[in-house]
Design a protein around this ligand. Structure first.
Ligand SMILES: Nc1ncnc2c1ncn2[C@@H]1O[C@H](COP(=O)(O)OP(=O)(O)OP(=O)(O)O)[C@@H](O)[C@H]1O
Ligand SMILES: [Mg+2]
Length: 277
């Protein structure tokens, strides 16, 4: 089974690796495909993209005349958490102009996966933050789509943006592919806590109206979940958790390094649902 992550907020790479960590931990053969030139999934698994002689760039370029014959099998590396990885690097940005020159530009990744499709129980494709050829290739190659939504960004933009994500996918892939699951990341950060002004407003409100901290956020979180559930069957909220950041620095999925952290507990529930698909 393959599945792609399409972005609606922040936490896509984190979720991809956290889910991969759970599946690998459960004994499944898991391949992560880093399809983002930012290569966050690569570094997130402890691999330095500079150290790799070949990566996803070569796999895409294989379809063009004059470039070396490279199969996806040639670029797979085993990472310390047992997850196999097709690494990425900034080189990948160079692929897009070539893709525009061919008609079959959307199926390059799907075709490239054929040699490994039966070798892995799960193939997870991490896609870039904005719609482009790599997101389209990821969605076309996948038979399931997990959508990540950042709670704070999403709450501000409102529900229209969920519709626009569905439309975006249809417009760009020409297919009625809809997300099978939504993961709301950094739940509880519905207000932009980063701004000191918002922080102050919350403190004042608590002082003046003796509101319990986070009560309003909880209500909005609930409403957000209910609204998304109308469109997507499975909706999960992953709490804000500083261990996500610590694990990232260690180049290990949070679910592998801190299996009992609040985020990991949620990612394990998510992985259990995915295993039943
Ligand atoms: N549950 C969480 N709790 C705390 N921080 C989180 C959580 N999930 C993600 N983050 C943080 O948010 C940042 C972005 O996460 P991530 O790289 O997974 O997002 P992305 O959607 O893949 O972004 P990009 O657009 O760069 O591809 C990271 O610094 C990560 O540590
Ligand atoms: Mg990312």
């Amino acid at each position: 089974m393959t599945f792609a992550h399409h972005k609606g907020g922040t936490g896509k790479t984190t979720s991809c690796l956290a889910i991969a960590g759970c599946l690998a931990g459960a004994g499944e053969k898991v391949l992560v495909i880093d399809c983002d030139p930012q290569a966050n999934a690569t570094t997130g698994l402890g691999i330095d993209s500079e150290d790799q002689s070949k990566n996803i760039y070569d796999v895409f370029m294989n379809v063009f005349d004059g470039f070396p014959d490279v199969s996806i099998k040639d670029v797979i590396v085993e990472t310390k958490s047992g997850i196999h990885l097709v690494p990425s690097s900034l080189d990948l940005v160079g692929v897009e102009p070539y893709l525009y020159g061919i008609n079959e530009r959307a199926v390059v990744l799907k075709d490239a996966l054929k040699p490994v499709i039966n070798e892995y129980r799960y193939i997870l494709i991490d896609t870039p933050p904005s719609m482009g050829q790599f997101v389209i290739n990821g969605i076309i190659a996948a038979d399931r789509i997990v959508l990540t939504l950042d709670s704070s960004v999403f709450a501000r933009k409102g529900m229209d943006s969920l519709e626009s994500i569905f439309e975006d996918i249809k417009e760009n892939t020409g297919k009625n592919k809809t997300p099978d699951m939504a993961v709301i990341t950094r739940a509880g950060v519905l207000f932009e806590r980063k701004s000191p002004m918002d922080e102050l407003k919350i403190i004042f409100r608590q002082l003046l109206f003796s509101e319990t901290p986070g009560r309003e956020e909880m209500i909005r979180q609930d409403e957000l979940e209910k609204d998304i559930m109308k469109k997507i069957k499975e909706v999960f909220s992953v709490p804000y958790d500083s261990s996500v950041y610590s694990a990232q620095k260690e180049g290990t999925p949070v679910t592998v390094l801190y299996p009992d952290s609040p985020a990991s507990l949620k990612y394990r529930q998510i992985a259990e649902i995915i295993r039943r698909w």
